[in-house]
Design a protein around this ligand. Structure first.
Ligand SMILES: Cc1cc2nc3c(=O)[nH]c(=O)nc-3n(C[C@H](O)[C@H](O)[C@H](O)COP(=O)(O)OP(=O)(O)OC[C@H]3O[C@@H](n4cnc5c(N)ncnc54)[C@H](O)[C@@H]3O)c2cc1C
Length: 392
């Protein structure tokens, strides 16, 4: 079948890889002019690690990724107030754990396509029209094209979802936080293999030193007002400066340094909840269908799992979309729901809102050095209970 896959993030290239593997002809459509670079670092483990193995990606991911040794919570002056030896993650996950820039993960998956898939950069879908046999797609720049199926892998703010399923507010569940991420070159100080986090009630700033003298910052803050987020860089930096104006540690220095960042990602922390992930010959995968949010720390993993299952079920159903989409949802829905509910609950602790909760969080993390406590606190989260068939 000719299948349009909209979005070349994590789910899109994974899906294109498996569709081509099963003998279909995928076309990847990406709104950005090239694969996105920079951005945040994602933790990668569990079921997605198995899929990375099947795609022979693991050596590259381990080479380009990071094994963070310490998570350290710091106070206004940078002194340690909590944290833990981060090798606990790798130990519980049996060594199958790596932290990797999202863009490096995306590029590694895309490169596995080895040119075996048409990719259109710098374009997007403006209309989708389907009947029982085909889907007609109008592109903003590339005219009209016909496909057997269209899959939206275009992330949290999916355009395919808006065009086919309805307005974003029907599906989006805002978790009460905003996030900003950027990378700068030459920032000092550096702390190799250590993720530093500074928190005050309702605010959190994190810093991770990367290779090539790059440093990644993640700022997260609670925001119940949900005022519209600015799109121009100067206003985005002004918003950050305003939010973190009265905080300590390196916040002001980091926000000043963001002037040199090539990319600044600013967004709501939200989930996507849908009753159905398909309609006729159009389906959704990854964040577009079931975003779990950064709080779950597993969105990339679920994007890869979903894409692998979707392509596999299409193969198993001999290309019958109705059967395939039903089987895809049947396999994943409960698993994803569990991750979403877990993240929703954890959101209250992710950026503690009160001094008391902050103190509890810091004290708890200090106890992660005791294996039993670490196992009880995060062991279940690091083991995915889902069997992904080997589709041949
Ligand atoms: C700060 C932060 C930290 C995170 N940490 C983790 C973590 O530790 N572990 C983890 O597993 N996950 C993490 N995530 C989540 C993870 O990054 C996402 O869940 C994952 O990237 C989802 O993959 P996706 O392919 O569905 O969507 P995306 O990666 O968002 O890709 C969507 C793609 O579609 C493109 N696109 C958008 N609209 C259109 C359009 N109209 N037409 C064509 N193309 C379009 C976009 O440019 C993009 O390339 C984190 C997220 C954030 C924001």
């Amino acid at each position: 079948m000719n299948i349009l896959v909209v979005g070349a993030g994590i789910a899109g290239p994974t899906l294109a890889y498996w569709l081509a593997h099963h003998g279909h002809r995928p076309t990847l459509l990406e709104r950005a002019p090239a694969l996105r670079r920079g951005g945040y670092v994602v933790d990668f483990w569990g079921a997605a690690f198995d899929i990375a193995e099947r795609m022979q990606l693991v050596p590259r991911l381990m080479r380009e990724g990071y094994l963070v040794r310490e998570v350290r919570f710091v106070n206004d002056r940078g002194g340690r107030v909590g944290g833990f030896d981060a090798s606990v993650f790798g130990r519980i996950a049996g060594g199958r754990y790596v932290s990797i820039p999202r863009s490096a993960l995306s590029a590694a998956i895309y490169d596995r396509l080895d040119g075996g898939c048409e990719t259109i950069f710098g374009d997007h879908v403006v209309a989708i029209d389907q009947d029982e046999r085909a889907v007609r797609v109008d592109l903003a720049h590339g005219g009209t094209r016909g496909f057997d199926l269209v899959i939206g892998a275009d992330g949290l703010h999916s355009e395919v979802r808006s065009l086919v399923f309805g307005k974003p507010e029907r599906f989006e569940r805002y978790l009460g936080h905003r996030v900003a991420v950027f990378q700068v070159k030459g920032y000092r100080p550096r702390n190799d293999d250590t993720y530093l986090m500074y928190s005050t009630p309702g605010l959190q700033a994190g810093r991770l030193s990367l290779r090539n003298d790059e440093t990644m910052f993640v700022f997260i803050w609670r925001d119940e007002t949900r005022a519209p987020l600015p799109h121009d860089r100067a206003s985005q930096r002004a918003l950050l400066a305003d939010r973190f104006a009265n905080t300590g540690w390196e916040c002001r220095h980091a926000i000043e340094a963001s002037a040199t960042a090539t990319d600044l990602y600013l967004d709501d922390v939200s989930q996507i909840w849908m009753d159905r992930w398909s309609r006729g010959r159009v389906a959704l995968v990854g964040d577009a269908a079931y975003c779990v949010s950064l709080v779950a720390g597993q969105g990339s993993a679920l994007a890869m799992v979903g894409a692998t299952v979707l392509a596999g079920e299409l193969h198993a159903a001999d290309g019958d979309p109705e059967r395939a989409f039903a089987a895809y949802e049947g396999r994943l829905r409960e698993f994803v729901r569990g991750k979403q509910i877990g993240a929703e609950r954890f959101a209250e602790w992710f950026v503690p809102p009160t001094p008391f909760r902050l103190a509890v969080r810091n004290a708890m993390t200090r106890m992660f050095s005791i294996p039993y406590v670490a196992e009880r606190a995060i062991g279940a989260e690091l083991r995915d209970v889902i069997a992904i068939p080997t589709y041949r």
